[in-house]
Design a protein around this ligand. Structure first.
Ligand SMILES: [Zn+2]
Length: 130
């Protein structure tokens, strides 16, 4: 696993090292997708759809780039990747107001603290196979 991903980096000197995180995430996602495809006796994966929160710590561009690398020579080669971005939202612990966060979890209505209700997810929504 790790060996494969290091080899990709060496072969592609133009790649930003910041993408290493996304490459390892994408490899895990692809592993899961292949496992699911096999369970369903599918021969090819055509499309993988993900939900990626604004605060998941993942850079979407890097994830898309990583996808193109990891699908090579797999049953997902040529597949498309669909990413749904999920907004980073909080809910005020005092008044219950739901708001979009810009880094601070502070209610834009009453100024109290909020708790995170979305934006940290990173999950597979669907895998289309044939
Ligand atoms: Zn509030």
């Amino acid at each position: 696993m790790v060996h494969h991903h290091q080899r990709c980096l060496v072969n592609k000197p133009y790649q930003d090292l910041a993408a290493v995180h996304e490459v390892s995430i994408m490899m895990s996602i692809l592993d899961l997708a292949i496992e699911e495809a096999r369970k369903n006796s599918a021969e090819r994966i055509q499309r993988i759809s993900l939900e990626v929160g604004e605060r998941s710590g993942v850079v979407i561009d890097a994830l898309e780039f990583a996808f193109e690398i990891v699908i090579k020579n797999s049953i997902a080669e040529g597949a498309s990747l669909v990413i749904h971005s999920i907004p980073y939202k909080g809910e005020c612990i005092a008044c219950g107001f739901q708001f979009h966060c810009d880094g601070f979890l502070i209610c834009s209505k009453c100024g109290n603290f909020g708790k995170i209700i979305s934006g940290q997810e990173l999950r597979i929504v669907s895998i289309e196979v044939e």
